[in-house]
Design a binder for this molecule. Structure first.
Ligand SMILES: NC(=O)c1ccc[n+]([C@@H]2O[C@H](COP(=O)([O-])OP(=O)(O)OC[C@H]3O[C@@H](n4cnc5c(N)ncnc54)[C@H](OP(=O)(O)O)[C@@H]3O)[C@@H](O)[C@H]2O)c1
Length: 260
């Protein structure tokens, strides 16, 4: 792709790995100025370096925990030191924890999923909108999931969280109608990132099994979708994009190749 984001500020949450880090690279390659947030500073700084090497005009990073209002507000103050204007906000931070049925569910896992995927998106958007509204242009991209559209076993809280995120996207689009801002959701299917490693709390073998025999989406595929959505002409809003690997026809229908 040869899109140009010269002079534009792109803010990405959850930029320390997976889609967020790949998004930083992709917007960086397009010459954007980047503001990156996540909790792991070492990984964030590595992603920032790579994005700079890829061509980003400027890269700033700062610790961010979207589950904490104080952290989100501190992050927004840090952003204001760089720029009075954000052109693209990518609400990507989130994920799943556990795959137990509700009868065995853990409060801590449920609370974290709601805090990051739902409340985190609300908090970040509230904090960043004052840097977008005065300019009467800009793009908010929320990273949802096909889990927000179709339920699956062991994922009641994650599916509920991503369904909640989808409705936040839709409400925001209504609230912001007439402001010049557009609101999109990109809802991926299975993608090989650290998602399953986090979900299974560091169990590498269990995480690997999720993708066994499947040519899953790569982070870069979703990053390219982000760049494409944000680079449409200002009068075009990609409301909702579902992106899955060809091997995943539906949430429960996955083609797995036998080992050679
Ligand atoms: N991979 C998939 O199959 C898939 C499919 C559909 C949707 N998604 C969604 O895509 C998004 C990105 O996931 P991924 O697949 O790229 O997984 P990933 O590699 O685990 O990345 C998740 C990112 O979110 C950040 N994050 C998590 N909790 C955070 C918090 N409280 N505050 C700030 N940052 C936080 C992580 O950074 P730190 O740990 O450093 O904070 C990390 O950078 C998530 O919203 C996920 O639900 C993933």
């Amino acid at each position: 792709m040869s899109y140009k984001f010269t002079g534009q500020w792109v803010l990405i949450t959850g930029a320390s790995s997976g889609f967020g880090a790949a998004g930083a690279m992709a917007f960086g390659r397009a010459g954007a100025r980047l503001l990156l947030g996540a909790r792991r500073e070492d990984r964030l700084s590595a992603a920032a370096l790579e994005a700079k090497a890829a061509g980003a005009a400027e890269v700033g990073y700062h610790p961010l925990d979207v589950a904490s209002t104080a952290s989100v507000e501190a992050f927004a103050s840090w952003v204001r030191e760089f720029t009075p204007r954000v052109d693209v906000l990518v609400n990507n931070a989130g994920g799943a924890l556990g795959l137990e049925p509700v009868v065995e569910g853990k409060d801590a896992d449920w609370e974290t999923m709601m805090q990051t995927n739902v409340l985190g998106v609300l908090r970040m958007t509230r904090a960043v909108l004052p840097l977008m509204l005065p300019h009467r242009a800009g793009t908010i991209i929320n990273i949802g999931s096909i889990a927000g559209r179709t339920a699956y076993e062991g994922a009641a809280a994650y599916c509920a969280a991503k369904a909640g995120e989808l409705q936040i996207t839709r409400s925001l689009r209504l609230e912001l109608c007439g402001t010049g801002l557009r609101v999109a959701t990109i809802d991926p299917g299975m993608a090989e990132t650290e998602f399953s490693l986090v979900r299974f709390k560091g169990d590498i073998e269990r995480a690997k099994k999720v993708y066994e025999g499947v040519q899953a989406l790569r982070s870069e595929d979703v990053a390219e979708a982000m760049v494409w959505v944000a680079s449409r002409p200002p009068h075009v809003c990609i409301d909702e994009m579902i992106i899955k690997c060809t091997d995943q026809a539906a949430i429960h229908k996955v083609n797995r190749r036998a080992k050679a």
